[in-house]
Design a protein around this ligand. Sequence first.
Ligand SMILES: Cc1ncc(COP(=O)(O)O)c(C=O)c1O
Length: 381
Amino acid sequence: MKLFDVYPLQQVSLEKAAGSFLWDSEGQRYLDMYGGHAVISIGHSHPHYIHRITEQLQQIGFYSNSIQMPLQEELAALLGEVSGKQDYQLFLCNSGAEANENALKLASFHTGRKQVVAFTGAFHGRTSLAVAATDNPSIIAPVNESGNIVFLPFNDEAALEAHFKQHGDQVAAVIIEGIQGVGGIRMASDAFLQSIRRLCDQYGAVFVADSVQCGYGRTGRFFSHDHAGVQADIYSMAKGMGNGFPIGGIIIAPHIQPKKGMLGTTFGGNHLACAAALAVLEVIRDENLLQHAADMGTYLMDALQATGALENVRGRGLMIGFDVPEQHKNLRKDLLERYRVFTGEAKPNVIRLLPSLALPKAEAGLFLSALQEALALPVVV
Ligand SMILES: Cc1ncc(COP(=O)(O)O)c(C=O)c1O
């Protein structure tokens, strides 16, 4: 059987990982400044993570959501403590798309309404509602097309206000990433997030903060929306939550009430996934990784700006992007092939940095030296 060929792949296969390093099948070492799409939050193969999952596997790996789950309660308590959202309620699932799907569905159940407001440049996943709210027609299948989604221009307060004035009583949810990731590291302004909060309150709509990529401590606060001083009604999360173990979830403000059977999943919140997520939060807390991500982000962004060769260096904490000028258009390829550094991209010419929140300063330095050398290569004409 062949693989269904949907992914553009780099010519590398990895066999081992530790901290911020990866090794390929020939034993060559790579620096990971991308964390496999922002997933590696506490570093590869963290000893506490391995220990917690191994120990859990030796006890019980899985049972479905039909029994008491003290591990889920332990996870909810720790997530409340580390995120500062103690009074929220946790529902666990398996991926970012599934988290957004559940968030939007719940918003619709709660309000009895159908309309979802999303923004230009947004990426919310590939399941039916999540992809319909994603601003990329090429990945929306005809069956996913929905008259229930309205796209408004990102960071345009006047357009948002005007839409609510006309259709506010139909809006079930507004969904927004605090920093658009796939969209190219575009930050939602504080004023825009505050307007969303105000209008959702005024018209009884649900504010969904997609924190799948920008959340879980990546920006130096637990949720990037926290920087704007707003509280969303639902936060969706996944990627960094399990450091590679598939787990996602939503946390839900106390005024949204559950009903039996309203949401559900077979695998979500199983014993192994909870053990992985608990290990991640314990490391984030014990190693003070939010502060570290904030500090390392400032260090990296200052250094990137100082090269003078990159355009629009932007981001927060360890969610950083910059535009690659035309004469360095091979930069990402050079970084991988010549300097063995993994980075991410966003169309048309953005490099995205999404390393582990535990990225040591020495490894950040290795990246910066590689970048300096790559930028000094003969320019592409
Ligand atoms: C902001 C955002 N939301 C949702 C998703 C979808 O997550 P998943 O691939 O786990 O379904 C992604 C994935 O890149 C994302 O960046």
